[in-house]
Structures are given as structure tokens and as C-alpha cells.
Design a protein around this ligand. Structure first.
Ligand code: PLP
Ligand code: PMP
Length: 484
């Protein structure tokens, strides 16, 4: 990764980002690090001799086993483990004195190096730089602030991760929904939306927010062909892509086919094909280590990196030392190293694949015979998008005259949700993820409310939860569809 992008994308910056001044004290702080032995009376940095911390130890899984995740899960207290250490007095990559000091918004140099190595291993992106974050929630909302002016239009799947899409709304960003199918975002829909854009609707969309693997909620993963087409369209229509990819490492391997073709590898990310610097790739440890890690990283052009650092320097500052020590030592030679990390995540995705397969076989047994719902087959992540065949309900109606909707799908799905709750099952209804119900953006001919007949179900939990939950779903469906 070197650090120059080839295309000038400065016109994508929000006014807020353009107006942000670098933190002046950080600028002086940088001067104090210009050469060794600089004397600084400048910054109010508590001296490391005053930190009441002598060392830190993290006990993590060791990787001796062929399938380390399975061994770790089942071995209980005797599970083989290894210790990661940071110390004030003994050698380590990130000693306490350095780790707990102030640094820049990019993160501690050692942690940034460790994550750069990881980003290179999986994506080898040309001309990109890594910025540490507090996870993808923090990272994506920072990207929105970097790029969005009030009144701007951003594009996303019509059902997407609403916790983040909603975060853009009070900023004045308006979402333009794109239709999806089992393969996720349809490139032709993106092309049509951009080609048909009428300036009377307001500014042309200039940002695409996408979750390319195991999309939350529909579980879809973009094929290589779609990724290439979408990137070409981003170039043609001058879009910046925010690639929010927390499920990247949970892409299941399809077995090698009988004609000897190799097992499918991890899909190439948008950042790996980004020659213009128009992709901000957003990675997180939440789904591969633990959500409470609150640590992740953005891989972007040096230009966007610099603006992200300026923002971070005057807001959250770099992430906590605990997490940075953890990942630096974990990815270092005394920890797992990048190769070991790769072994763990391969084993982890096998585990998720086993869970998916169990979930689908239970679905087939408990729900399949009703003929009232159909489960999608995800190739990554932890979600199944189950289509409820709502048109088979005796009270299903078309042309209800209700505002927006052409059917009573929405109402029936509310009732089915309640029915499941009464039976003791919580599911995530599609309505939660609808990008917009605003008539200005909703498709009048084919409104989104008529596609609310999906539940997002997860196989991230226990086997018992899957067994009991799917039995309740089967029963609730039967009873609900018998109602007149
Ligand atoms: N983006 C997507 C698509 C997610 O599904 C999630 C987690 O549910 C997040 C972002 C939030 O991730 P993090 O825990 O890294 O903030
Ligand atoms: N507010 C004031 C008045 C400060 O002096 C500082 C630290 N120099 C900060 C905020 C930033 O503090 P923190 O390291 O907790 O983000």
C-alpha cells in the first residue's frame, strides 16, 4: 500500500469535512516526534511513569488443533490457550508506555502496521491507507459525515442495516433505495437509477452504501461479476462506495466441484479492485473476535484517510489502548500472526457454515411442510431471509387503497409477528430494515410495503434456540394461516 490516489475526489467531501480544522495541538504534538531527543514542554500528556499499569495479559485460544474453533467451543476450561502480553518492563511489541500515550486519529503506529499487514494479506489494495476505528458503527457514521451534506442523496439496498442508515437521516441525507434479489444489489437497478436521475429530484446520488457479504438483513453476497459491474458504474457515475463488510471473514467455502474446480475463495472486495481511491472499506472485529472489542479499521485512499484522521483527532481520538494492544500482539509473532488469524477465521466460517446447514435442515423439517415460508440460502454471515408466502393467507387482499401499499401484506405481517411473540418467539421483521417509506423515493408501482413479507432469522445462537424457534415458527404459521 503506497499513499497516492490517482483521481481527484475532493468534490465528494461534505462542507463539514471541508470546514474541519486539524486539531492544532495534535499538529504541535507531531512536531515533538519529528526527531528523537526533541524536548517538549508543549503537550499535557500524562507521563507514563504515572500510569498505574505494570502490564496486561490476554488469554486467547491457541491454534494447535486442525479446527481450532470447534476445539475451543467444546473443550471447556481445559481448552488450549495462549497468553498475549503487554508490559512496562519486559519486551513486547506495544509496551504500556507507548500503548497508553496519546497518538493521532489513525491509531498507534504499531496497531496501524498490524492492520495494514492484515489488509494487504486479504485485499492488497493499491494506494490505500488504514485508519483505526471503534468498529463499523463508528466507521460508517464517520464516513457519512465525511461525505454527506444536508439534502444529498445516498444509495443503498432497499432493505439494509437500518441502525446505520437511520444515523444518516438527521444529517439531512436522503436515501434512494435500490431493488435487490437473492444475489443482493442488482447492478442494472443501480444503472437505471443513475441514468434516469432527473435533476429536479435534487442532487445526483454520489455515495453508495453497500454490505457485500452476508448482507444484513437479506444474507446476500455479491458475486464477482456484480462487484465488477458495480465498481464500473461507480466510476461511470462518479460514486464513492462505502463498503461495510463485517461478515467478510464469514464467507463459507463451497466445496470443490466434481469437475475438479477449486473451492470458492473469499470474494474480491471492492477495495481490492479500487484504482481510483473511491472505496472506503470498513472492517470490524465484532463478528470475528467479539462485538465488545469495539475495534475496527477503514481502508481508504490517503486523501480520505487524512480527513478521517482530522475528524477523529477532534472527536473520539484513537481507539482505546486495550484493544490496540490486543490486536497488535494477537497479529504479531508472539501471538497468532496473520497466518494464524487466517486459520482461526477459516475455522470460524466452517463453524458458521455448519450452523447454517443445521438451521436450513431444521427449517426444512419444521417449516417446509407448511408450504407457508421459504428460506434463502446465505453464502456468508449469520442471517437467513425467510420469505413468508403471505398471498396464501385467507385475508390477503390486493388493491386495498391504503396509502402507499397495494396489498395488506404489511398488516398481515404485523399480525404474524404478534402471533410468533405469543408463541414465545422473537424474529426480526423486514419492516425494521426498510430504507424509506417516503413516497418521494418509494416505487409507486411496486411499493416496498408489499415486500414486507420476510423475517430475518439468525443462526448465530444456540442449537436449542434454532430447534425451539423454528418449531414455534412452523406452528405459528400453521395457526395464523388457518385464521379467517
Ligand atoms: N454494519 C453491519 C452491516 C452490521 O450488521 C453491523 C452489526 O450488526 C455493524 C455494521 C456494526 O458493527 P460494529 O459492531 O463493528 O459497530
Ligand atoms: N477536554 C479538555 C479540556 C482537555 O484538556 C482534553 C485533553 N487534552 C480533552 C478534552 C480530551 O480528552 P480525552 O483524552 O479524554 O479525549
Amino acid at each position: 500500500m503506497s499513499s497516492s490516489s490517482t483521481v481527484d475526489l475532493s468534490h465528494h467531501l461534505s462542507n463539514e469535512a471541508k470546514l474541519r480544522l486539524p486539531n492544532p495541538m495534535k499538529e504541535i504534538w507531531r512536531l515533538a516526534r519529528r526527531k528523537p531527543n526533541m524536548v517538549s514542554l508543549a503537550n499535557g500528556d500524562p507521563h507514563s511513569s504515572l500510569y498505574p499499569i505494570k502490564g496486561l495479559q490476554f488469554e486467547v485460544a491457541s491454534l494447535e488443533e486442525e479446527d481450532p474453533v470447534a476445539a475451543w467451543r467444546t473443550a471447556g476450561p481445559s481448552a488450549p490457550s495462549q497468553i498475549l502480553k503487554s508490559s512496562r518492563d519486559d519486551p513486547c511489541i506495544l509496551p504500556v508506555q507507548t500503548a497508553f500515550q496519546y497518538t493521532t486519529g489513525a491509531g498507534l503506529v504499531e496497531a496501524q502496521q498490524a492492520l495494514t499487514e492484515l489488509a494487504n494479506f486479504y485485499h492488497n489494495p493499491p494506494d490505500h491507507v488504514v485508519t483505526l476505528t471503534l468498529g463499523n458503527g463508528d466507521a460508517v457514521t464517520k464516513c457519512f459525515r465525511l461525505l454527506g451534506n444536508p439534502g444529498d442523496h445516498f444509495l443503498a439496498d432497499e432493505f439494509t442495516f437500518s441502525a446505520l442508515a437511520n444515523a444518516a437521516v438527521p444529517q439531512g441525507i436522503r436515501w434512494v433505495p435500490l431493488k435487490i434479489d437473492e444475489g443482493g444489489l442488482i447492478p442494472e437497478e443501480l444503472e437505471r437509477t443513475m441514468a434516469d436521475w432527473n435533476e429536479e429530484r435534487g442532487p445526483r446520488p454520489h455515495v453508495l452504501y453497500t454490505v457485500p457479504c452476508g448482507q444484513n438483513p437479506p444474507g446476500s453476497t455479491l458475486t464477482v461479476e456484480r462487484r465488477k459491474k458495480i465498481y464500473e458504474l461507480a466510476q461511470r457515475f462518479d460514486l464513492v462506495i462505502i463498503e461495510d463488510d463485517p461478515y467478510y471473514f464469514l464467507q463459507y467455502t463451497s466445496p470443490a466441484s466434481s469437475d475438479g474446480a477449486e473451492a470458492r475463495a473469499l470474494s474480491p472486495s471492492f477495495v481490492s479492485i479500487d484504482v481510483d481511491g473511491r472505496v472506503l472499506r470498513v472492517d470490524s472485529f465484532s463478528k470475528i473476535i467479539a462485538p465488545g472489542m469495539r475495534l475496527g479499521w477503514i481502508t481508504s485512499s490517503a486523501f480520505f484517510h487524512a480527513h478521517l484522521v482530522t475528524y477523529t483527532d477532534s472527536a473520539t481520538q484513537h481507539p482505546h489502548a486495550f484493544g490496540q494492544i490486543f490486536i497488535t500482539e494477537l497479529l504479531g509473532p508472539a501471538g497468532w500472526s496473520v497466518k494464524g488469524f487466517d486459520k482461526w477465521v477459516r475455522s470460524l466460517r466452517n463453524e458458521y457454515q455448519r450452523r447454517r446447514d443445521l438451521f436450513l435442515s431444521l427449517f426444512e423439517k419444521e417449516v417446509g411442510p407448511t408450504g407457508l415460508a421459504r428460506a434463502g440460502t446465505p453464502e456468508a454471515g449469520m442471517f437467513v431471509w425467510a420469505r413468508i408466502n403471505v398471498e396464501r393467507h385467507p385475508r390477503f387482499r390486493r388493491d386495498t387503497g391504503a396509502a402507499g401499499a397495494r396489498t395488506n401484506c404489511r398488516q398481515l405481517m404485523v399480525e404474524l409477528f404478534e402471533k410468533c411473540l405469543d408463541g414465545g418467539l422473537v424474529v426480526m421483521p423486514a419492516s425494521v430494515f426498510a430504507l424509506t417509506l417516503d413516497p418521494k423515493y418509494n416505487d409507486a408501482e411496486n411499493p416496498i410495503e408489499d415486500r414486507f413479507n420476510y423475517f430475518r432469522l439468525t443462526f448465530a445462537g444456540t442449537e436449542e434456540a434454532m430447534r425451539e424457534g423454528l418449531a414455534i415458527l412452523g406452528l405459528s404459521l400453521r395457526e395464523f394461516f388457518e385464521q379467517k
